[in-house]
Design a protein around this ligand. Structure first.
Ligand code: ADP
Ligand code: MG
Length: 803
């Protein structure tokens, strides 16, 4: 660590200890109000809280607020908040990301902060990583909010539009990042202000903040609509399917595949002697070749996707389970379907998209909590200007984190893991094994089974089921194999769910404590130590005993992707272990990986930034059209004649003209338009709405077209910009140029429709004018996807990123 970094850490430390001592003083003060709070009747809490002015972070009223929260938690939830939880809540109120270990009670700390924000007049969204946690926490904390007369609710995948609207009207709304994001996107389909669902963003309290703000930040949430299916180019696909090993190269990270000269020549010949790199083919054929190579060479069945019920289902790599409603961008989805000989699913058009990062960026105030915040400090500061506060544990952590066991190759590692698990399992100590993907977890479960150890594998299930299973991971004799995100947020109690306070089951807990608590085994380091620590944190909650150990090998992806070794490390022992030199190797590889991820994130961020800003501009215009009479006002001005006709105020000359038309030869064909002109005058309110729908239609159309353009540019920019400007500059130039035309085009098209469409007392018939909105829409997230998170990767020639 450089000197500068050292100083920075010291400064950070100083800041955080200053904050700490401030909150300790306030906590002391709060204790002096305990009796006051105790004497209040339940129904007096709301009024007592309302009287407080808690804006001063060191004021008496804030201390009273803490006393109220403590008393209310005790009465309504049977949880008297620990000092550290109140401390956490205070830092949240100051807008920090707090680090509190797993099992320390972040749910309650977040809820108390939410109350604090509401008392200051804010509206709060508590954002979780999935629906299951959002619903669970909303239900769990509700009695506490009720005590303060605060309205709380949750949105989940199954909520109707009406339910969502009600939920967002509450003071505190719990929701998963997807659902909240999808609601923001779906609002882009609305043509009446009254149908809007998402409220104006105010305060976001983000649970598992590192996962949302760092790991998933670049994941785009997508709203797509069905269009006429686009069939991928079969000849290209077939040519690629015939490629031989010498025709392409895969980079060390397994993220890119390139044609060699020989390969390019082969494809060019197969496609009838074209030149892949000339202007005509660079943005089209070459992109398709890349997509097909991606599908054939980089994307592996059972690692990246599974085939089930005749369809391709993506496996979410970071969560290790089948991702519902998730698809790759169309080209790749279709290419993989072709590869598997499956029917082509409906292809869609992206109507709107927003990254998690941009979604969170809408909130003026953001704070959050996680077990691993410090390690994400750099990203949180750089991308969100958020500070981190470390909250000490309520009870000292006594978990033993053992030194890594590193082996020369994968197979020796696997042997060692099985051996270790078998041995620990014999004592009855519960074991939780963290693997990296579904394939690995199944393989391991198989190996364990062969060694006589029965295990439960957590994957491809829904979050609620996973939660139930993982809650039992602390039971005696349990062996649970999970992937990284599986069951995050679920409490693992020693002795299992029965190992709670009461009666007989207490002995179950005691027995497991006696055995040393939960033993966590990692089957390989992640690309960042932060995720390793998330896994370790599953053991040793609230002062429980526990143990964690990682097994690694010189063949692990974190090594092969990040280090180029001159020589393969050689083991001097029979089992293949590398000892401390192995540990050094792994740590070095992980440091490189962390650097790469940070750079990748920063780069993708640069690419997303401009499109995010453009989206903001479109949304602002959309809101104006939706909530004011701007549409008609503008059209009235430029198309005054038509306007007057419609409201039945046409000058005599126009009527005369209409008569003429009637008398003319093609009167019959023109019949309809004549009828319109003679029709009842259109009331102004109807006309306002018609104008609004017309303007919105063309604005939305233009934005969808723009997004398609952006995605094309992204897919080909690294090819286009060869030897010219930097890809980023070139990207910006093209995107800006294109966007510059959007407002004018949208208005021009709207004028034309206003002139030509049938507009009656019933409003405008856009369908009839062949201006259809997508009839079916769907939403999805693109995880670990090739094009999605960015241009950045496409630009570097990295077409895919698989963590
Ligand atoms: P985290 O999100 O920090 O991992 P949770 O909010 O899920 O932790 O809480 C973990 C467990 O701790 C829960 O079972 C909860 O009931 C318990 N808990 C939290 N706060 C308290 C408290 N003040 N008193 C007693 N139990 C608590
Ligand atoms: Mg939690």
């Amino acid at each position: 660590m450089g000197k500068l970094t050292n100083n920075m850490w010291r400064l950070l430390g100083a800041q955080s200890s200053r904050n700490q001592s401030k909150s300790l003083t306030l906590l002391k003060k709060a204790a002096s109000f305990d009796d006051w709070a105790k004497e209040l009747e339940d129904k007096e809490f709301a009024a007592a809280a309302e009287k407080l002015d808690i804006t001063d972070p060191e004021g008496d009223d804030r201390a009273r607020f803490l006393a109220l929260a403590r008393e209310a938690g005790d009465r309504t939830l049977d949880m008297r908040p620990f000092d550290v939880q109140l401390q956490g809540a205070l830092r949240l109120l100051e807008g920090d990301i707090i680090e509190m270990a797993t099992g320390e009670g972040k749910t309650l700390a977040g809820a108390i902060a939410a109350i604090g924000f509401v008392l200051q007049g804010h509206r709060v969204h508590v954002i979780s990583v999935n629906d299951y946690l959002a619903t669970r926490d909303a239900e769990w904390m509700k009695p506490l909010f009720d005590q303060f007369g605060i309205v709380s609710a949750a949105v989940s995948e199954n909520s109707t539009r009406a339910e969502r609207k009600t939920a967002y009207d509450a003071d505190i709304t719990y929701g998963s990042v997807n659902e909240i994001g999808f609601d923001v996107l779906r609002d882009q389909l609305v043509t009446r202000a009254g149908d809007l669902v998402s409220p104006k963003p105010d305060v976001a309290i983000i649970d598992e903040a590192d996962s949302v703000l760092v790991d998933e930040a670049l994941v785009p949430l997508i709203l797509a609509g069905a269009t006429i299916g686009e069939v991928p180019d079969k000849p290209i696909h077939d040519a690629v399917a015939r490629l031989k090993k010498t025709h392409y190269e895969i980079d060390a990270e397994g993220r890119n595949v390139y044609l060699t000269d020989e390969g390019a020549a082969y494809i060019e010949a197969e496609l009838g002697g074209i030149n892949l790199y000339d202007e005509e083919h660079v943005g089209t054929t070459l992109v398709h070749v890349n997509v097909a190579m991606h599908a054939h060479i980089l994307v592996e069945r059972d690692v990246h996707y599974i085939v089930r019920d005749g369809g391709v289902h993506l496996i979410n790599a970071s969560r290790g389970r089948v991702a519902q409603l998730q698809r790759w961008p169309d080209g790749l989805q279709a290419a993989v379907e072709l590869k598997e000989g499956l029917a082509q699913t409906d292809s869609g058009e992206v109507i709107d998209t927003i990254t998690v990062q941009a979604l969170i960026g809408r909130y003026p105030k953001v704070c959050g909590m996680t077990g691993t915040a410090l390690a994400a400090g750099e990203q949180l500061r750089q991308f969100y200007q958020l500070a981190v506060s470390q909250i000490p544990p309520n009870t000292k952590n006594v978990r033993i984190d053992e030194v890594d066991r590193v082996f020369d190759n994968k197979s020796n590692k696997a042997d060692a893991v099985v051996e270790f698990v078998k041995e620990v399992h014999e004592s009855g100590q519960p074991i939780l094994i963290g693997t990296h993907d579904v394939a690995e977890s199944e393989e391991l479960a198989h190996l364990l089974g062969r060694a006589g150890v029965t295990s439960v594998v957590l994957n491809a299930k829904n979050d609620a089921e996973e939660a139930k299973i993982i809650a039992e991971a602390g039971a005696k004799n349990a062996v649970t194999v999970s992937t990284q995100m599986a069951g995050r947020g679920t409490d693992i109690k020693l002795g299992g769910s029965k190992g709670q306070k009461d009666g007989e089951s207490t002995s179950e807990r005691d027995e497991v404590v006696e055995l040393g608590g939960l033993c966590v085994v990692g089957t390989g380091r992640h690309d960042t130590e932060r995720l390793d620590n998330q896994l370790r944190g599953r053991a040793g909650r609230q002062g429980d005993p526990g143990r964690s150990v990682f097994f690694s090998s010189a063949e692990d992806p974190v090594v092969t992707r990040n280090l180029t070794l001159k020589r393969d490390p050689v083991s001097s022992s029979e089992d293949g272990s590398l000892g401390s030199k192995g540990v050094d190797l792994i740590e070095q590889a992980q440091r490189v990986a962390e650097g790469v991820m940070l750079e990748l994130h920063a780069n993708t961020w640069r690419y997303n930034q401009l499109v995010n800003q453009q989206r903001e501009i479109v949304v602002r215009r959309r809101t104006e059209l939706l909530t004011t009479d701007a549409a008609l006002t503008e059209l009235k001005e430029s198309e005054n004649k038509r306007y007057l006709e419609l409201i039945g105020d046409a000058p005599a000359e126009a009527e005369h003209k209409a008569d003429e038309t009637e008398a003319s030869e093609d009167a019959d064909q023109a019949g309809e338009s004549v009828v319109t002109e003679k029709a009842e005058p259109v009331p102004v309110e109807v006309l306002e709405q018609a104008a609004r729908e017309i303007m919105l239609f063309h604005l939305d159309r233009a934005w969808a077209d723009h997004l398609a353009f952006v995605s094309d540019v992204r897919a080909s920019i690294h090819l286009r910009s060869l030897g010219r400007e930097s890809p980023l500059d070139e990207f910006h130039k093209l995107i800006l140029e294109e966007f510059g035309k959007l407002p004018g085009d949208a208005v021009e098209n709207a004028r034309k429709t206003f002139r030509e469409a049938v507009i009656t007392v019933d409003g405008v018939d856009l369908e009839q004018a062949d201006l259809r909105r997508s009839t079916t829409t769907w939403t999805y997230m693109v995880h670990d996807s090739p094009f999605s998170s960015g241009g950045a990767k496409a630009l570097q020639g990295i077409i895919g990123i698989f963590r």
